[in-house]
Design a binder for this molecule. Sequence first.
Ligand SMILES: [Zn+2]
Ligand SMILES: [Zn+2]
Length: 291
Amino acid sequence: MAYTVTFWGTRGSIPTPGAHTARYGGNTPCVAVEGTPAGEGQLVILDAGTGIRALGRELVEDQNGAVRAEILLSHAHWDHIQGLPHFKPFFAPGNAVRIWGSRQGTTSLEAILRQQMDPAVFPVPLDALSAKLTVQQVEPGEFTVGPFRVRSMPLRHPGTTLGYRLTPVAGGPSMAYVTDNELGPGGHYNTGPAWRKELVTFLRGVELLIHDAMYTPEELEEHRGWGHSTFEEAVALAGDAGVKRLVLFHHEPEHGDEAIDALLAAARRQARSKGLPAEVLAAQEGMTLTL
Ligand SMILES: [Zn+2]
Ligand SMILES: [Zn+2]
């Protein structure tokens, strides 16, 4: 099965609208993965940052029958769930949305989503949505989401954060979504000493890797333990795993378009010197890749 990957939100931590972020985008993480030909049950959405608002609007505008969407959450930090209450397909009967993700400690995924829409902070509670909503809690392991077989792996980030590898059930190239992940030393995470090796095995042979590349090496020195990586670390990981295309993702809010241009140029120089990954891109709102 061929599929497309479209970036609706590329920014980490907090939305950064404005002229200085217009090219790479200011919305927080949201990536739509859609089997071709596009159709019912084929849409998988990775994270529900503020980018999901415009995606939801487009889904409703192009609606041909009910909207069916599978939303796979890496974790429940605000920047990855904050667009959910503004996802338009929720507000029409007949639509069906399933949200997949991990619990956090002893708090269930459903409780976390409910808290975000508590009347104290949001006018419409989760129970008042017109669409059929299913919350599917997942553990690290393997499961099927829409047309994809999904494998998940714990990442090095505060709380339980999962990286996902998607492979079409019908066969075809794999992709991986690994954001909010600290590749370097630092932080206190429940990952063992063989974690990086396991991650390389997990990613082996994927055609497309979307990876956290929030910091420059200098910025990382002031943010060890925050759960993010540099573009250099992302390029090195993609090279080790034999990934063909790397997309630098979860842009630092303080980085304007020119800063990201410079970071991308440096990442490409590094990749060229090793021969891998063959292609490096910086996530850009509106960008669509075909696999
Ligand atoms: Zn984040
Ligand atoms: Zn996070």
